[in-house]
Design a protein around this ligand. Structure first.
Ligand code: ADP
Length: 336
């Protein structure tokens, strides 16, 4: 454990896990557990920045925890953000080392506040503006070496580094190490109903395939996947077919992928064969995870206790960082 580099990655509890989430994020979490010292957070504080339903939030948090455990994320690496309230404390301290102008220039803030403005209530919370500072606290509180991110998060990680640098400079001590981005090859999964857009919950029911959904529904969604989009250049694979091949590869069916790709290249591919193979691949993954989840849920109380315990253990690292930071920043500390 000691020599391993540390990774921090977080996910918001916002409903069902789809195959885009799994192949694009969760699978990586599982795979990285071998090589890194992993801190994986279900970040419920972050889920409050847009209008939300409190009852649904707590349920969604546990549901996501159980789903992550079912996919193979180890309990010891998992924590619930609000069970480590030091995240919010460090966020406040970091607020005082963050430029307001920089927060306003964050692309995600601009996009999300625009979305809110377009809705009837027109309410933009200060939390939405402050979101990247909480993210900086999430990362720096564990002194993570790496943060696995996509291109859309580069700006936020830059802000994190900026905050760390400013804090270090003002305190006259290189306390925080600069976290680095970790770019991993992950497939970008498109919606099977409209392969021109990414698979996403926010686009509506037909645009995502639930990892924990019914087998019949998974098969139906793949069977009705759009294959010919009409705008394909001569000799190019259509976006729908490309997406199905990508799903097949992601689901680990390499032999089927090779043989169906040969069919495609020789012009003999039957779309129904490709779809059946993809559906078999996804259903096999889903079946395994659903079985594990059933076991986890049947033991719900004990599992919740384990997560509370792992959050408690992880909190010790966070408490130490906040203690050091308060010491450096001229705040008062009491023993804990
Ligand atoms: P959604 O768009 O369904 O709301 P989130 O934005 O909550 O999904 O994404 C959670 C994680 O899943 C992120 O790490 C994101 O990069 C990954 N992810 C989401 N959709 C896809 C997709 N279609 N392909 C690959 N990765 C995805």
């Amino acid at each position: 454990m000691e020599n391993k580099k540390r990774i921090l990655s977080c996910i918001q509890p916002t409903g069902d896990m789809h195959f885009g989430n799994y192949f694009g994020a969760t699978k990586n979490w599982v795979d990285q557990q071998e090589d890194y010292d992993c801190f994986y957070g279900v970040v419920d504080y972050h889920a409050m920045t847009m209008p939300y339903d409190p009852k649904k939030l707590r349920n969604a948090t546990w549901e996501l925890i159980f789903n992550l455990m079912a996919t193979g994320v180890k309990v010891d690496n998992l924590f619930i953000q609000s069970l480590v309230p030091e995240h919010a404390e460090l966020c406040w301290i970091f607020n005082c080392f963050t430029s307001y102008g920089m927060l306003q220039r964050m692309t995600q803030f601009k996009d999300k506040s625009k979305q809110s403005k377009e809705k009837a209530d027109d309410f933009i919370s200060a939390g939405l503006l402050d979101y990247p500072v909480l993210q900086a606290a999430d990362i720096l509180i564990y002194k993570a070496d790496y943060v696995p991110i996509g291109k859309d998060q580069v700006q936020h990680l830059e802000l994190t580094r900026n905050i760390a640098q400013r804090f270090n400079n003002q305190m006259g001590k290189e306390y925080f190490v600069m976290p680095e981005p970790l770019f991993t090859e992950v497939p970008k999964v498109q919606s099977t109903a409209d392969p021109s857009r990414k698979m996403s919950k926010s686009a509506g029911e037909k645009h995502f395939i639930n990892v924990f959904g019914e087998e019949a529904r998974i098969r139906k969604q793949i069977k009705s996947a759009v294959t010919d989009t009409g705008e394909v250049k001569e000799g190019e694979m259509s976006a729908g077919i490309r997406n199905l091949f990508s799903l097949l590869k992601a689901s680990g069916r390499i032999d089927a992928h090779t043989s169906l790709m040969d069919d495609y290249n020789s012009g003999a591919l039957k779309y129904s064969d490709l779809k059946e193979s993809v559906a078999d691949g996804l259903v096999a993954i889903s079946k395994e995870f659903k079985e594990r989840k059933a076991e986890i849920v049947s033991n719900r109380k004990e599992m919740k206790n384990q997560i509370k315990q792992s959050s408690f253990e992880i909190r010790k690292t966070a408490q130490q960082t906040v203690k050091d930071v308060k010491e450096l920043a001229g705040l008062s500390n009491v023993r804990f």
